[in-house]
Write a protein that binds this ligand. Structure first.
Ligand code: AKB
Length: 341
């Protein structure tokens, strides 16, 4: 019995999954098999060919998916983000690392049964970087992929290790086996900055303050930002993050030479972001109440990243700078979202 060809999206109920599924449905090039440990919002489920609620640690579930579907591409988005992971670091390691290994194994087996390469798109993060102190962070400026990869969070350690896992599976898998042959997995990773969506709220990240302050102002709730006003890290509008994933997916294999690529859109300070929010929502009750421990994490992340390699090798071009992200993407959509309530 023929299996249905699909792209598998894990973490499909999350922020990036929500946007990616809508974009894939618009493009119409693939049928989507959505997997998440949480139930699916109806607006996401109806854009998918199939949805499954289950755990990426459940290998029997993954084997059942392989029996029913022909998985040509994997977008492995499921993860415990940096703040949540610090409360349950061992669980985060299980989900973020063993979960990724389970999906890599699925891609290996699919490539073998299909007789062709399976592309594996992996969202890494600026959390793989670890600047030792704010002065070094300021001096480092735009950090390149090979610099400062000494993460201080379990999430950052997990993401960095999974980049190397992906490289191993893609290029060195079972290299001493008698019948050594290419694995058939084409692993491609992007180190995303903080992502800001107009349609969903983040959960469990340490860069969440940007989205949280915008959504809180739009719905008229007070918001105490958990980082200092002078805190500066890279961000990008969610549509640019999805376009970057699709551009890397489409890139010819010989153009993809790096293990993981930096991308970014803009890098306002938290105070600059608050200024934009207050101008857009004059009644916003927005204050700053830094949480020293979450602040210490963000202080290890770079002020900005060098995305020259992604631009050069596979044509990364963000559509949204800060002004356009705010005025054309966030404000109209966030205002509309809460006005309907
Ligand atoms: C987080 O804050 O943990 C994530 C990230 C920067 O990867 N949004």
């Amino acid at each position: 019995m023929a299996r249905k060809p699909v792209v598998l999206v894990t973490g499909a109920s999350g922020e990036m999954g929500h946007s990616l599924i809508h974009r894939l449905a618009e493009a119409g090039a693939y049928d989507v098999l959505a997997l998440d440990v949480r139930p699916f919002p109806p607006e996401v489920a109806r854009r998918c060919a199939a949805v499954r609620v289950g755990d990426i640690l459940d290998r029997h579930l993954l084997e059942r998916l392989q029996s029913e579907f022909e998985i040509a591409v994997v977008f492995h988005l499921a993860a415990l983000l940096s703040t949540r992971a610090e409360f349950v670091p061992e669980t985060a390691h299980e989900v973020n690392v063993q979960g990724t290994l389970n999906l890599l194994r699925l891609a290996l087996e699919e490539a073998r049964s299909l007789g062709r390469r399976v592309k594996f798109l992996f969202p890494s993060s600026i959390a793989v970087y670890g600047l030792p102190d704010p002065a070094a962070k300021r001096r480092a400026g735009r950090v390149a992929e090979h610099e400062w990869t000494v993460p201080v969070t379990m999430y950052g350690c997990n993401k960095l290790y999974c980049e190397h896992l992906g490289r191993y599976v893609s290029r060195h898998y079972r290299q001493l086996a008698a019948q050594g042959e290419p694995s058939g997995v084409d692993f491609r990773a992007i180190r995303f900055p903080g992502l800001i969506s107009a349609f969903t709220l983040p959960s469990g990240g340490t860069s969440d303050y940007a989205s949280e302050m915008i959504h809180a102002a739009a719905v008229g709730q007070p918001y105490a930002c958990f980082v200092r006003e002078d805190t500066r890290i890279p961000f990008m509008a969610m549509p640019d993050a999805i376009e970057a994933l699709l551009a890397l997916l489409a890139a010819p294999a010989d153009a993809v030479t790096a293990l993981a690529y930096n991308v970014t859109g803009f890098n306002p300070s938290a105070g600059e972001l608050a200024g934009l929010v207050r101008r857009a929502f004059p009644a916003a009750r927005l204050t700053f109440a830094p949480d020293p421990r979450r602040q210490a994490i963000v202080d290890t992340w770079p002020e900005d990243v060098d995305d020259a390699r992604a631009r050069r090798e596979w044509g990364f071009r963000p559509a949204y700078d800060l002004a356009r992200a705010f005025n054309e993407y966030l404000l109209p959509n966030v205002t509309r979202r809460y006005a309907a309530r």
